[in-house]
Design a protein around this ligand. Sequence first.
Ligand code: 3PG
Length: 400
Amino acid sequence: IDDLLRDGVAGERVFVRADLNVPLAGDTITDDGRIRAAVPTISRLAEAGARVIVASHLGRPKGEPDPRFSLAPVATRLGELLGREVAFATDTVGDSAKATVAALGDGEVTLLENLRFQAGETAKDDAERAAFADELAALADLYVGDGFGAVHRKHASVFDLPARLPHAAGGLIATEVGVLRRLTDEVERPYAVVLGGAKVSDKLGVIDHLLERADRILIGGGMAYTFLKAQGHEVGNSLLQEDQLEAVRGYLKRAEARGVEFVLPVDVLAVAEFPDLASKAPADPRTVGVDAIPADLMGLDIGPKTQELYAAKLADAATVFWNGPMGVFEHPDFDGGTRAVAQALLDSSAFTVVGGGDSAAAVRLLGFDETAFGHISTGGGASLEYLEGKTLPGLAALED
Ligand code: 3PG
């Protein structure tokens, strides 16, 4: 983007592919982190006199308009954060988009309706995606890729569109990639990784990669129970992925052979029934050791001894990557583990990276000052796939 700005963008129609996929409760944005992260690139372009066309997906609509996934509330919030009016186009490449773009003056900004209201955006068929990319390309003169959270998707606006217009990477993508390099090529040791979230199956690739690079891997969240079971513990009604047990046993063996330390919970907070996240009514969990989880209870957070253990394991790290909450942090009875890990990251002098939509949202929702962390990534799947060493379509398209 620095090169683009140096060459001058005044009067040019610049298409900015952002990731404004924020959590919504009805029309209310519950975490605007991704919108705030998109602002600097849009501002720089607008200040330089570009006619800025912002586009994003939101949620997973099925290739046709669906009011539940409208970007209209995001347009309002984006306007507030930019301190400029954002004209909202009520379609993506139709009459409204064409008219809104045609009416843009220099330095003005429009947001198109959800890209995924068009089946061509996510189509597996190359020709179908290409046809949609052609329609998008007709709206603009230049392309800036800045939606880091979506660069792992081979979608029309991410992968096919840059090939049709002079293109550049935006500031957010540049920052995110710079940070992730410090977790892959230029790691300062000891390198500790905290992995949580519901499913082991979502983390297989990244665990594979980390076994070659990390010094210590701490496991929490729902996925911990598959690890505990693999080590011979009974986990009661806790979340368990039986079909991953073999893979997990393999990881534990490989870790031992490579001298990578796997750290698992020693105690958990357990209840009989999943709590009501809407009313947040007290769930009165019991703290139980991992060798004594009753058959009729499910573990929903790491326990106090585990919190202490994890804080100690993070205290002397030089680099920490954290992905995935330690428990059901949306309920106050089960947010202690996630809070403790966030606090341990803040207390350590390590370079700390929080990756993943859920952990980043957790940090903000639990009231932590996000600026105190080394970096909070806007990419969940994208940062994990980067760490797996995969080629990310949205980055490859910009390098070309
Ligand atoms: C995300 O939330 O990780 C990105 O916005 C990508 O969304 P997707 O998983 O629906 O493609």
